[in-house]
Design a protein around this ligand. Structure first.
Ligand code: GDP
Length: 321
């Protein structure tokens, strides 16, 4: 086993004490130390100790996600909350496990110790979250007050952010007919909050909002939470406060019903099963199931579990050769 870099944190306590430099080193280790026992134990520890409320912003390119992310960072910083941002860039895909640098359209104060922005390559053209991006969210969630995951919606990324976000915000471009398209794609069930952007465009924005509300009334979404349809302009800051408020209300509603912990637990299990399927196939997962795997234990330390499973399977195949 390669030795863990001296400057990188070895525990959540060190990560929290180390501020931005420690987080930066650890995020780099996600790519270059994949499978390292130290990284695995830190990821599992971070997973067990969530601090931030994770908000996902999705929507088609050009809808205003980056602009909105910038505006939300300011809102949160104004309330003295620390913010971590993962911007998933669908135009660049993960190649050979390497990630892009910090190419980002976000303009934040580099001196501010309570803002941390990372831009990461997407898993595929549809903007799906890579395994690295998910690990990064888990680490940031353990040290920040708020985490924003910005990714292009429609398709895989919608489903992927639902694996890590507490609240999903779908952004809709005024006058685009997006809502109808989303209805057809069956993704209207995923967002917890919908916002029509660029409210400063006037009537066209109001009409889109009415369309979305109409579409939502037909949606099959279950449960107690009524999905708010907001209208905002990141340009002149109208409605921004309502969005921040709606996100907070959503997570409060989840907590009050005891659903936050439950939702996060289900997310971990769904993510773990997905990972296992990718690595060992449907049959591999069936073998695990048949061997009486205890999921309630596995989800407490999914990263270690995945690694151990990998070693078990490797030993198993070796016994045949
Ligand atoms: P993204 O691709 O979803 O991240 O969208 P961007 O944030 O890059 O915004 C796309 C374009 O919409 C840019 O030209 C922005 O200046 C513009 N834009 C973003 N927010 C607003 C807004 O609230 N009002 C108006 N009028 N334009 C906006």
């Amino acid at each position: 086993v390669r030795s863990w870099p001296k400057s990188a944190p070895t525990s959540l306590e060190e990560l929290r004490a180390g501020g931005k430099p420690a987080l930066a080193r650890l995020l780099s280790a996600i790519e270059s130390y994949e499978g390292h026992p130290q990284l695995i134990s830190l990821l599992d520890e971070a997973l067990q100790n969530p601090m931030a409320h994770v908000v996902a912003l999705t929507g088609p390119p050009g809808v205003g996600k980056s602009t909105l992310t910038n505006a939300m960072i300011s809102e949160y910083r104004g309330a003295d909350k620390s913010v971590g941002v993962i911007a998933v860039d669908p135009s660049s895909q993960v190649t050979g496990g390497s990630l892009l640098g910090d190419r980002t359209r976000l303009s934040t104060d580099p001196e501010d110790q309570k803002i941390f922005v990372r831009s990461m390559a997407a898993r595929d053209r549809l903007g799906g979250l890579s395994e690295h991006a998910i690990a990064a969210v888990i680490l940031m969630r353990a040290v920040m007050d708020r985490v924003i995951v910005e990714s292009v919606g429609i398709g895989q990324s919608e489903a992927d952010v639902a694996l890590v976000a507490d609240s999903c915000v779908l952004c809709i471009q005024p006058g685009s007919g997006d809502s109808l398209q989303f209805m057809k794609a069956g993704i209207m069930e995923l967002p917890d909050i919908i916002c029509v952007t660029k409210a400063d465009m006037g009537d066209v924005a109001s009409r889109s909002r009415a369309d979305v509300e109409g579409a939502m009334s037909l949606s099959a979404r279950q449960g107690d939470w009524k999905v708010p349809v907001l209208m905002l302009s990141a340009l002149d800051s109208t409605g921004l406060n309502d969005l921040v408020e709606a996100c907070d209300q959503h997570v409060i509603a989840l907590s009050e019903r005891g659903e936050l912990v439950q939702q996060r637990g289900e997310q971990v299990k769904a993510w773990l099963v997905d990972q296992l399927k990718v690595q060992f196939g449907q049959h591999g997962v069936a073998v695990l199931q048949a061997s009486g795997v205890r999921w309630e234990e596995a989800v407490k330390r999914p990263f270690a579990f995945k690694q151990e499973t990998s070693e078990t399977f490797a030993a198993f195949w070796k016994s045949f050769s």
